[in-house]
Write a protein that binds this ligand. Structure first.
Ligand code: SF4
Length: 321
């Protein structure tokens, strides 16, 4: 039996050195459950809670959120509430108050899928045990993806925060100042569903940068779920909208609960940009949003539900009601 190691890092450099071959922990709200279930096994845990990565600051139109800022603090921050409402709404719609008090922003982005087979070590799962198969393809797949899946995995990335940050065109910054546009942060499963992000081994997220310009101020998050709290999205939509009169000057649409990574609805955006916002253009955007979607036995209803969610959110955000 191997020894288990625990390191409490005092500096970023110390953390990164210890992180090679180890696993970072902050709030631990997902990681500890995964380890208790046996879905993840780590020989060394690197506690990063003492690092100076909790700050939230703004400079030249960009909000910088430290990777260790807790979800509750970010959701309640006055600048976030005023200038980035979609971010505050996505955070407040996540988990429970207790979890939001503990969970850090960096860890939220790296939480693992809620696919039940992933967390059940008796089931085949290519994400947990590469090459073992995917029990969800022909099994219980109500919570699974209709977009971005492969024959190796159709698990949904569950972070509400990530859907909002994609809508806001955020950037993830890792130690050493490598900058990763949010669009490139997550990867689809393809043949390697065990790889979920473009982080290199041992890389440590230090902050997320969020531009506060463009359509960010008129932004919303709509989350549809099976119960009103402490529940993951069945379907969610984030929208950031810049209107000139009734004409859509710019728009960003992202979807959660339906895809293997936070999903940008570029084709849906194209149906709206430069056109009047109306029931007709919104319906066209909805159709474009689900182009290429693949429904399976239990999750095909999401194809219709996503279009309805998008319609409700854009109608409200555009003041069409
Ligand atoms: Fe595993 Fe992905 Fe299949 Fe779920 S959907 S069982 S996470 S391979």
């Amino acid at each position: 039996m191997k020894n288990f190691g625990y390191v409490k890092a005092k500096t970023v450099a110390e953390a990164v050195q210890a992180g090679q071959g180890g696993r970072y922990i902050a709030g631990g709200t997902d990681l500890l459950n995964l380890m208790k279930d046996g879905a993840q096994v780590h020989d060394r845990i690197v506690d990063i809670n003492a690092l100076p990565l909790k700050g939230i600051s703004q400079d030249r139109g960009v909000l910088s959120i430290g990777a260790l800022a807790r979800m509750t603090e970010v959701a309640a921050h006055p600048v976030v509430r005023r200038a980035l409402p979609v971010l505050s709404e996505a955070l407040l719609g996540s988990a429970s108050p207790q979890v939001r008090n503990m969970a850090a922003i960096g860890g939220n982005l790296l939480q693992r899928t809620r696919c039940g087979y992933f967390r059940d070590t008796a089931s085949p799962c290519n994400k947990r045990a590469p090459g073992s198969g995917c029990a969800a393809l022909e099994g219980e797949n109500r919570g699974h993806a209709i977009l971005g899946g492969s024959e190796h995995c159709i698990a949904v990335q569950p972070s509400d925060l990530a859907v909002a940050l994609l809508a806001l065109d955020a950037t993830v910054v890792v130690a050493g100042e490598r900058r990763i546009p949010f669009e490139d942060f997550y990867v689809v499963p393809g043949t390697t569903p065990d790889r979920e992000t473009s982080l290199r081994p041992g890389e440590l997220i230090v902050r997320v940068e969020v531009p506060m310009t463009g359509p960010a101020a008129r932004s919303r998050y709509l989350k549809l779920r099976d119960r009103a709290t402490f529940e993951f999205a069945v379907v969610s939509v984030a929208a950031a909208l810049d209107l000139s009169g009734r004409t859509v000057r710019d728009v960003r649409l992202t979807f959660g609960g339906v895809a293997t990574k936070p999903w940008r609805g570029k084709e849906a955006e194209a149906e709206l940009r430069g056109r009047p916002l109306s029931a007709t253009s919104i319906a066209a955007a909805g159709k474009a949003a689900v182009r290429g979607a693949v429904g399976r036995e239990h999750n095909a209803f999401k194809i219709e539900l996503l279009q309805r969610a998008l319609s409700v959110l854009l109608t409200d955000l555009g003041g069409l009601t």
